[in-house]
Design a protein around this ligand. Structure first.
Ligand code: NOJ
Ligand code: MG
Length: 528
C-alpha cells in the first residue's frame, strides 16, 4: 500500500474538551465533534485524531484512563462514539484515537487490585519497588509533572512508579498479561471501526529492568522543570521497547489499512528507530522538530534536510507544528509568520498534523491565575504558564461564547474572538483560514505535494525555497521568514506562476528569475 490514506492525507487533532460543546456544560464532547464534521470536510482534512475521551477522573484531562473500553459521560457514550465514526466514515474522514498505554488512572480497577495486597494477581501489572536502603524512593527518577516519580503506599509498604502524576501509575509492560490486556483494548476499538491510534509516550513504556539511577543531564542550566535535571537514560527509550511496539503493530495489522502513530520526543537518530526493523514499528513516529526550531529559514532548511536524510528506506515522513502540550504556532512565531508556518506544514513531504484552532490563527491566550486547569502548571508553577493557553475552545462565530457553548467554557476564549472565528474568516480570502483551506485542497489534488520528492532550492537567513516533484509535475514553495520585503534569485522557478500566496492575491502572476516577496509572505508556484 504505497500511498495509503495516512500518507497522502492530513491529520487534524481535536482536543475533545475544546472543540464543540453540545450539551451546554461548557466542555466539548463527541456529539459536538459529530456536528462539526461538515466543517472538517469543507476545510479539507482527511483524518481526525481525538485526544482521550475515556472514563477518567480527569486529573490530567483524560490522560488518566480508568476504563479503556468506554466513553466518559462528560464526552458522551459508546453509542455517540459509534455515531461519530459512522458519520465520519460516510463523509470520507478517518478516525484516529488516543491510546494511553504507559499509565492508567489510579482509579482504574487494575490499579485498585494491584495496590490491594502484595499477593494480588495484578500486583505485577504496575511497577512496585521496595524503598532504597535509606528508606527513600527506589531511585532518583523525576516525574514529568514535577517532583519524584515514586509514591509510597502505606498499606503495602512499597513505592509505585508514576512518570507523570501520582494519579497516573505506570503499567508494567514487561508483564505478558498487561500486554495481552492492552492488545485486547486495541482490538476492541479496531472492531468498532477506528482507523488508527496515536500512542501516548510510546517511548516510555519500557523501563530499565534494574531501575538504575538516571545520570545528570549535562545540558541542565539549573532552571526549568524537574524532569530535565537528569538524562532519561534508564526511564525511557530502552532497547526492549521496539519488540513491544512490533507486537502492538502486529495487532493493528490484524485489521486492514490501520495506522499507528507514536508520540516520541527524541533526537532524530533515535526517533527514526521507531519505524522499527523492516518498518514493523509505528508507521509514523511523530516528528516534533518544528516545535522547538529557531524560526529561521536556514535553520529550518537544515533540519528538513537532516530529517530527510535520516529516514530509513521506505519510511514515510511527517510534520507537526503544535499540539495540546506545546505553545500554539501563532503564539510562538506571531500571526504573520503563522501563515508561513502553515504553508510550510502543508507543503513539506510527509503527513502533516494540523492542530485545531491553528487554522484560525489562535495565538497566546492569557489564563487568569484562578482559571488555571493544567495539573502540571499547578505542580510546577515557576516553569511557565502550563498547557492551558494551547487548549482554549475553538471559535466558531462572533456569538457570546463563540458558538462553542451556551455557557462560559472551561477555559477562556481569545479577546479577539469577535473576528477570530470560523464564520467571520471563512469568506475572507485574505484570512489564515482561507489560506489553510486552499493549501489543504491543493495538496490533496496535486501529486507533487501529497507524494512527490522534496528538494531544497535555497535557504538563507530569510528565504527558504524548495521544490516538490512527482514525475513530470512540479511545485515550488518559497517562504520569506522576515518581516520586510525581500527578493531572491531562483532560476529554477522562472516561468512558473503563483498559485497561492499566504497573503491572498497574486494568483496567476508569472515569475521571472527573481522572485519578490512582500513582508512575511510565502508563495506556492506551479511549473509552466
Ligand atoms: C502526553 C500527552 O500528550 C500529555 O497531554 C499527557 O499529559 C502526558 N502524555 C501523560 O499522558
Ligand atoms: Mg459538553
Amino acid at each position: 500500500m504505497p500511498h495509503s490514506w495516512w500518507r497522502t492525507g492530513t491529520v487534524y487533532q481535536i482536543y475533545p474538551r475544546s472543540f464543540q460543546d453540545s450539551d451546554g456544560d461548557g466542555v466539548g464532547d463527541l456529539e459536538g465533534v459529530r456536528r462539526r464534521l461538515d466543517y472538517l470536510v469543507w476545510l479539507g482534512v482527511d483524518a481526525i485524531w481525538l485526544s482521550p475521551f475515556y472514563p477518567s477522573p480527569m486529573q490530567d484531562f483524560g490522560y488518566d484512563v480508568s476504563d479503556y473500553c468506554d466513553v466518559d459521560p462528560l464526552f458522551g457514550s459508546l453509542a455517540r462514539f459509534d455515531a461519530l465514526v459512522g458519520e465520519a466514515h460516510a463523509k470520507g474522514l478517518k478516525i484516529i484515537i488516543d491510546f494511553v498505554p504507559n499509565h492508567t488512572s489510579n482509579a482504574h480497577p487494575w490499579f485498585l487490585a494491584s495496590k490491594s495486597a502484595r499477593s494480588d494477581p495484578k500486583r505485577d501489572w504496575y511497577l512496585w519497588r521496595d524503598p532504597a536502603p535509606n528508606g527513600g524512593p527506589p531511585n532518583n527518577w523525576f516525574s514529568h509533572f514535577g517532583g519524584g516519580a515514586w509514591s509510597w503506599d502505606e498499606q503495602t509498604q512499597q513505592y509505585y512508579l508514576h512518570s507523570f502524576l501520582p494519579e497516573q501509575p505506570d503499567l508494567n509492560w514487561r508483564n505478558p498479561q498487561v500486554r495481552a490486556a492492552m492488545h485486547d483494548v486495541l482490538r476492541f476499538w479496531l472492531r468498532r471501526g477506528v482507523d488508527g491510534f496515536r500512542v501516548d509516550v510510546i517511548s516510555h513504556i519500557v523501563k530499565d529492568a534494574a531501575f538504575r539511577d538516571n545520570p545528570a543531564n549535562p545540558g541542565w542550566t539549573g532552571e526549568g522543570p524537574d524532569i530535565i535535571r537528569l538524562a532519561q537514560t534508564y526511564s525511557s527509550d530502552q532497547p526492549e521497547v521496539h519488540d513491544v511496539i512490533a507486537e502492538m503493530r502486529r495487532v493493528v495489522d490484524e485489521f486492514d489499512d490501520r495506522l499507528l502513530i507514536g508520540e516520541i520526543y527524541l533526537p532524530i537518530e533515535r526517533l527514526v528507530a521507531y519505524y522499527g526493523k523492516e518498518l514493523q514499528g509505528v508507521h509514523l513516529p511523530f516528528n516534533f522538530q518544528l516545535l522547538d526550531a529557531r524560526w529561521n529559514a536556514a535553520e529550518i532548511g537544515r533540519l528538513i534536510e537532516k530529517y530527510e536524510a535520516a529516514l530509513p528506506q521506505g519510511a514515510w515522513p511527517n510534520w507537526v507544528l503544535s499540539n495540546h502540550d506545546r505553545p500554539r504556532i501563532a503564539a510562538r512565531v506571531g500571526s504573520a509568520q503563522a501563515r508561513i508556518a502553515t504553508m510550510l506544514l502543508l507543503t513539506l513531504r510527509g503527513t502533516p498534523t494540523l492542530y485545531y484552532g491553528d487554522e484560525i490563527g489562535i495565538g497566546h491566550v492569557d489564563i487568569p491565575a484562578d482559571r488555571i486547569q493544567d495539573p502540571w502548571a499547578k505542580r510546577e508553577p515557576d516553569v511557565g504558564v502550563g498547557r492551558d493557553p494551547s487548549r482554549t475552545p475553538m471559535q466558531w462565530d462572533a456569538g457570546q461564547f463563540a458558538g462553542f457553548s451556551t455557557r462560559e467554557p472551561w477555559l477562556p476564549l481569545t479577546p479577539d474572538r469577535e473576528t477570530r472565528n470560523v464564520a467571520t474568516m471563512r469568506d475572507d480570502d485574505s484570512s489564515i483560514l482561507a489560506l489553510t483551506r486552499k493549501l489543504l485542497h491543493y495538496r490533496r489534488e496535486r501529486a507533487p505535494l501529497n507524494k512527490g520528492e522534496w528538494r531544497l532550492l535555497c535557504s538563507s537567513d530569510d528565504i527558504l525555497a524548495y521544490e516538490r516533484v512527482s514525475g513530470e509535475e512540479r511545485a515550488f514553495v518559497a517562504l520569506n521568514f522576515c518581516s520586510e520585503p525581500r527578493s531572491c534569485a531562483l532560476p529554477t522557478t522562472a516561468g512558473a506562476t503563483i498559485t497561492i500566496s499566504t497573503h491572498g492575491g497574486r494568483c496567476g502572476e508569472a515569475v521571472g528569475t527573481v522572485l519578490c516577496f512582500r513582508r512575511d509572505e510565502g508563495v506556492l508556484l506551479s511549473s509552466p
